[in-house]
Design a protein around this ligand. Structure first.
Ligand code: ATP
Length: 497
């Protein structure tokens, strides 16, 4: 992760927001390359999810909605995470990410150890238990640790559990609910009547506008409403770079189905669709997996939720959640707004509230996943045959920030430069391309490898003096071959879609 974060900063993909003021935790900025990468991911999703389908329409709704929306959706009452404070260090922890265990030696309690959630939580707790045993000079056999998180701590145990910040017990509070919605006030008054929220998800926009979309007459069940937009969550512990931030972007789609439809089949179809889409933007199957939420942990209205998981360097984590939500959301909005949220079924001459399948994913999480999957350091041979290290980002041509770099072999030969610039201008009409004339050609290739550019073309004397072809150099194989304008355009048309 550290290497990747360093690359993101060096090549100005992604960095802390407001860096000149020391940054602000949980907020990020995307530089020129990051902005292109993110836009490409959004555009691919929008094309595949909305434009290339007949059954899905796209909308854009406002970030601040009527506060009753969030009462209806359950967010005001229940969009909370359990929070634990350390009174000594003023650090705050998500209770379900703070783990502890009682250290028992030969049946006698020696004390408690704690560790934050990570790939190594269990090892860290075991190491801490060994250290505690040594520190207390206790002889005997350490019993296997029973690891729990802070939501499972008995009230009597809380004063005995050490804070991860200080290593000392006595400063952690009992978990309490913390609402993650950012509040603001609309208008000049700052009293209770003007309270509003920054949306914590885009989904409620689709539910609140359901009737308006149905009334356009453009949709017939089953159909979907999709949206891409910013969401805000006052996460207690934003971490793992852009994996969990406080301002992020979501791509969500609500797929409305008949109340009698086979929801499980539809749910499965959407899980498959989402997985295939991730493969289409270059994520390898080997890093993806599925997690089915156990029935007892689901919200009461939920019929099933499956997450597509990705193996990040910090562990296997949720990338995309696909939830079968029944008719809960529309029913709630009908109840709170008083406006019927029904569809008329011609076949049975009955009105009913449709059910919904919701695939919800974060754009930033996909950005992080493609960067993690694509990053590699390799030993390669340079022009003179000696070994050197190259850093390469294997991004799919669909999403790579720059599709082609156009390189004149020499910058002091006007005919090469003119030809290169003409090709550059031509490609620029349709694609993000880069023109680079400075430095040795090998160095220029390396610079493009590092930012994930799939192809470089080099304009040389043969281009001018012979048949107009130029060298196409492929990022992953580093193979070179000669190619002409038309063939290059055909290649781009085929691979960048
Ligand atoms: P988590 O359990 O990780 O907090 P969640 O289950 O609450 O996530 P959803 O409400 O289902 O997440 O949100 C849908 C998607 O939005 C997630 O799959 C994820 O890709 C993205 N997402 C959610 N919270 C964040 C965040 N704080 N930062 C970046 N992306 C997020």
């Amino acid at each position: 992760m550290e290497t990747l974060v360093a690359l993101c900063k060096r090549r100005v993909f992604i960095f802390q927001s407001s860096e000149i003021y020391g940054g602000i935790n949980g907020f990020f900025d995307y530089g020129p390359l990051g902005a292109e990468l993110k836009k490409n991911i959004r555009d691919c999703w929008w094309s595949d999810m909305v434009r290339r389908r007949d059954d899905i329409v796209g909308i854009e709704t406002s970030i601040i909605m009527h506060p009753r929306v969030w009462e209806a959706s359950g967010h005001v009452a229940g969009f909370t995470d359990p929070l634990v404070d350390c009174k000594a260090s003023k650090q705050r922890y998500r209770a379900d990410q703070l783990f502890f265990a009682q250290v028992v030696v030969d049946g006698r309690s020696v004390g408690y150890v704690s560790a934050l959630e990570s790939e190594r939580t269990a090892e860290e707790l075991t190491e801490a238990a060994e250290t505690l045993k040594r520190k207390k000079a206790v002889q005997g056999k350490l019993e296997p640790l029973r690891i729990r998180d802070m939501t499972e701590a008995e009230p009597g145990e809380i004063p005995l559990i050490p804070s991860p910040a200080t290593g000392e017990p006595g400063s952690l509070t009992a978990p309490r609910s913390f609402n993650m919605m950012f509040q603001t006030n609309v208008g000049a008054m700052t009293d209770a009547s003007s309270v509003a929220y920054l949306r914590p998800e885009t989904a409620q926009g689709m539910f609140a506008d359901f009737k308006s979309v149905v009334d356009t007459g453009r949709v017939k069940l089953p159909f979907g409403i999709a949206q891409i937009g910013r969401s805000f969550r006052n996460e207690i512990t934003p971490r793992n770079f852009i994996f969990r931030s406080r301002e992020f972007e979501q791509m969500e789609m609500e797929y409305f189905i008949h109340e009698d439809a086979d929801w499980a089949k539809c749910h499965r179809e959407w899980i498959d669709w989402c997985r295939d889409w991730l493969l289409s933007i270059g994520l390898p199957q080997a890093l993806l997996s599925e997690y089915n939420h156990p029935k007892e942990k689901l919200a009461f209205y939920s019929r099933g939720t499956t997450d597509i998981m990705f193996r990040f360097p910090f562990g296997v984590q949720e990338l995309w959640g696909i939830a079968a939500r029944g008719d809960y959301d529309l029913k709630q909005h009908e109840k709170f707004s008083g406006v019927p949220q029904v569809i008329f079924d011609e076949a049975t001459k009955r009105k009913f509230i449709p059910h919904v399948i919701e695939p919800a994913v974060g754009v930033d999480r996909i950005v992080l996943a493609v960067l993690c999957a694509g990053y590699a350091e390799e030993e390669v041979k340079d022009d003179k045959g000696s070994s050197e290290k190259r850093t390469v980002l294997r991004l799919s041509p669909r999403i790579a920030p720059v599709k082609v770099a156009v390189l004149p072999l020499l910058k002091n030969k006007p005919e090469l430069v003119a030809r290169a610039r003409a090709l550059y201008k031509r490609l620029q009409r349709k694609y993000a391309v880069f023109y680079d004339e400075s430095g040795a050609i090998g160095r220029r290739y390396r610079r493009q490898d590092e930012i994930g550019t799939p192809w470089c073309v080099t304009i040389d004397f043969e281009t001018i003096e012979k048949d107009g072809t130029f060298t196409l150099r492929e990022r992953d194989s580093m193979k070179q071959r000669r190619i002409g304008d038309d063939e290059l355009l055909a290649l781009l048309e085929e691979r960048v879609y």
